[in-house]
Write a protein that binds this ligand. Sequence first.
Ligand SMILES: Cc1cc2nc3c(=O)[nH]c(=O)nc-3n(C[C@H](O)[C@H](O)[C@H](O)COP(=O)(O)OP(=O)(O)OC[C@H]3O[C@@H](n4cnc5c(N)ncnc54)[C@H](O)[C@@H]3O)c2cc1C
Length: 412
Amino acid sequence: MTDAPSFTPPIVAVIGAGPAGLMAAERLAQAGLRVVVHERMPSVARKFLMAGRGGLNLTHSEPSASFLDRYDAPARARIGGWLAAFSPADLTAWAEGLGQETFVGSSGRVFPRAMKASPLLRAWLARLEGLGVEVRVRSHWTGWEANSENGVLSFDTPEGERLERPDAVVLALGGASWARLGSDAAWVPGLEEAGVTVAPFQPSNVGFDVAWSPLLRERFAGQPVKGVALSHAGRTVRGEAMIAAYGIEGGGVYALSAGLREAIERDGKTELTLDLRPDISRQALTQKLLRPRGKDSLSNWLRKIVHLDPVAIALLREAGPLPSEPGPLAARIKGVSLTLTGTQGLSRAISSAGGVMLEGVDDRLMLKARPGVFVAGEMLDWEAPTGGYLLQASFASGVVAAKGVTDWLKSR
Ligand SMILES: Cc1cc2nc3c(=O)[nH]c(=O)nc-3n(C[C@H](O)[C@H](O)[C@H](O)COP(=O)(O)OP(=O)(O)OC[C@H]3O[C@@H](n4cnc5c(N)ncnc54)[C@H](O)[C@@H]3O)c2cc1C
């Protein structure tokens, strides 16, 4: 009697061990495929761990329609499909399944209780190991050998060049911000050569230059301006801004960063308006400012009657001497205008806009120019503010790409 022929499952190479790549690896291994993850850095998920330093805002708890509105309009329809495949609730349940209890913060953002990424990553890597996923670090994909048609991948490893011909590939190489954490976008020319259109990378969720007075820069750099409303080109968001030595940054600024960046590109500068007391009308504020100052200094008086802290008062003074009349003073508090003169670079941006254009991938996230090669995560051309939207779309696109691979392999 002869043995039944043994079945060797197809090998899938996942390149890039960030949230998108590792999520694709998990789903592929669960589908019974042999998965090898290649990561160019000496350890995996460095940007994910860095995101953990800020508490690891995994996703957001807002309703799905407004959630989807956070993504740039051209990408929204596609991202809607990703979120249908792996929703914010699925992401939260997944984190909890890895032993990471989550909570919803006052702003609706979802965090792990541990407020960091390392315990989640540890549990995740253990799960991947249990599923038989092989992770190779210091394995730098440098492109296809000779040409993209033969499907032979070339890796730069400490042992020299290594060639592999997997049955399918998931590229999850990240965007172009914080290159020192691994995602350096060095893959762009190789993909372009293979016929893939890549929109130029631009900084997103990034700070902007402001020519502060020496006093403001020296005394207040690093301080938050809390509970403000920020407006630009007809859009207003509530949030926090942070004074930086070079200018201004923080969640509220990031939410407007796409429009601010485009306006600076077009006009060389743009105006950002801060309402330092968004919960009170200008009339009501004027009434409060009618109260006599007595012996108080102007700063003390403003602190007492309109609860402005020193950094807010310093911002008011940046626009020139403070008006003494209640009406103009209320107008200044409700509309501090800052001139932004430049955008900080990719190396300081939390994320990047640009990447592999969505027109170049089908709904399974397979490259139209390279059948069998799938793309996930921030290396695709979409953009979103901070608030958990970046990780959510990265994880969800990893799920979609993995499903795409399994469907494509089955169809062959
Ligand atoms: C400081 C900071 C804080 C952040 N905080 C949050 C947050 O709280 N919430 C949120 O939603 N988002 C946050 N983000 C954004 C979030 O971390 C990213 O959007 C997310 O990591 C993107 O996942 P990814 O898998 O697509 O790419 P990455 O995480 O960038 O992973 C890509 C991986 O591919 C590897 N790679 C690249 N090229 C090659 C190659 N040629 N060969 C082999 N490997 C390669 C890289 O080394 C990297 O490990 C933050 C980002 C930063 C910088």
